[in-house]
Write a protein that binds this ligand. Structure first.
Ligand code: SF4
Length: 100
C-alpha cells in the first residue's frame, strides 16, 4: 500500500518546466482566472489573456507543453481547448499526408 503521495507512480512526464517562470501570465497584476474562462461572461477576460499570450516570450514552449501533456482546460500558448484540439488534428493530418 502506498502511504505517501510522492510514492505514487507518475503517469505523465511533464519534463522540465523552467520556461513557465518566464510566462507573461505570471507577471504581477495578472489574474490567473482569466486563463480559465468558465462562462460566456468570462470571455472578455479570456480575450485579454490570449493577447497576453501572443506577446509572451515562452508561448511556443507553453503550447508544446499543453499539446504534449495534454492540458485539457484553460488557455495555454494562446489557444483555448477547442483550438488546441484543432491544432492536434491539423498536425495529425500533416503526418498523414507526409506518410503517403
Ligand atoms: S503563453 Fe500564455 S499561458 Fe503560456 S506562459 Fe505565456 S502567458 Fe502564460
Amino acid at each position: 500500500m502506498v502511504s505517501n503521495v510522492q510514492d505514487l507512480p507518475r503517469t505523465v512526464d511533464y519534463g522540465p518546466m523552467d520556461w513557465i517562470k518566464l510566462g507573461a501570465c505570471r507577471e504581477a497584476g495578472r489574474d490567473s482566472s482569466w486563463w480559465y474562462p468558465k462562462s460566456v461572461s468570462d470571455l472578455q477576460h479570456a480575450a485579454v489573456a490570449m493577447s497576453v499570450c501572443r506577446q509572451c516570450p515562452v508561448q511556443a514552449e507553453c503550447l508544446e507543453h499543453a499539446l504534449n501533456v495534454p492540458e485539457v482546460h484553460g488557455i495555454w500558448g494562446g489557444l483555448m481547448e477547442k483550438d488546441r484540439r484543432m491544432e492536434v488534428r491539423r498536425r495529425a493530418g500533416k503526418d498523414f499526408y507526409r506518410r503517403r
